[in-house]
Ligand binder design. Sequence first.
Ligand code: HEM
Length: 422
Amino acid sequence: MPYREQIPVDKGFDNTLKLLLEGYNFITNRRNRFGRDIFETRILGGKKAICIAGEDAVKIFYDREKFIRKGAAPKRIRQTLFGEHAIQTTDGDTHQYRKELFMSLMTKERLEDMNKIVKRHLDHTVDTWLDQKNVVVYDEMVQVLTKAACEWAGVPIAKDDIRKRANALQALFDGAGALGSRHFKGRVARNATEGWLKQIVQQVRDGQIEVPQYTALYQMCWFQDTNGTLLHEQLVAVELLNILRPIVAVAVYITFGALALSEHPEEKEKLLLGKDEYLHLFVEEVRRYYPFFPFLMAIVREDFLWNGHDFKKGNLVLLDIYGTNHHEKLWNQPYTFNPERFKGREDNFYDFIPQGGGDYYRGHRCPGEWLTLEVMKVSLDFLVNKINYDVPKQELHYSMNRIPSLPKSGFVIQNVTKVLAE
Ligand code: HEM
């Protein structure tokens, strides 16, 4: 008989309310209580869910033989964040084939393009900040990144529509983890943005819009699925939103980066001196330290035994992202903000997982990770080296049960001036 151990069980018929109340800390709180990196709970109407955290947990979670994603994401996430039939909900060949499409967009040249595009939009936008009393960094970055995302992806956007589209793209990720009106706003935004992009896809396919081959719009419009047919225009819209929406979401990390600069003034000094090398360490620590996605969900493909625990076909499994990025066995003083911890650190696909883990091509790890780093670096470099500003008193607190979290004020800056070129 193979060795078996009982998984600790979290009391309660349905702990969804506790999950909502404890947010990013739900899994960590129970891991600490049980003294284990695995336990069982009940959520989403009493459904059994096994929660796991840590490096070994990431390794098993990204084993394609053991888990599938189809049916794992609740409807409310598909209605806002993902869209129906999006890559996140696919497995096997369909997933791998579509993943290659996403990865093919992330060439060195295209990453450099993004750097230039964001820089240009920031240079234009900053002039409007000079006369404003309060500049809300998050709101401004949502606008800038909407313009940059559309330009980079080849999606035409009318000047008058930018604000409307920016609000909708923001609502898609802001409403995913919410109840009530915030969630409803996300669902309305999904219908509106899919409708908008569907029309554009039709126009590209009818030859009414010409778009460069290297763009996401072109590649997605003419991408052939495993069966050799073009994707339905609705699905092209869904996958295009899988490019536009997360680029705009990088505004959250940039806002946290601005918060880190103000709470750790010595970091700003190091960024002024260390330039590119230190900037890399800094953005990595922003992604590790601050909360974004709390956990991932997958379903057990076939029965298997792991570390003495039975995983049964159909079991729901939650991988703790926030907890793994703060795991005491992986990180020295995990709750201290310290970019230096990334100095000389070997890349490991399983212990640092703000955007998922494992292999990009074979698994569900985020294909936009390099683009995220690029956008964060150019934007934070702009805040450090291209402008001066004051940070007035404001509500900088960020909630651990609002998903995604954000400094409450959105990070307000005042008295913005440009740094004169030497
Ligand atoms: C704020 C920055 C971002 C964060 C925190 C983030 C986080 C994540 C996470 C946690 C996953 C799930 C990994 C998994 O299921 O195993 C994911 C998947 C994904 N991300 Fe990102 N991401 C970001 C930016 C981007 C960008 C810039 C893009 C594209 C331009 C992108 C496109 C995607 C896509 C298409 C997937 C699904 C991949 C798959 O299912 O194979 N993300 N991301």
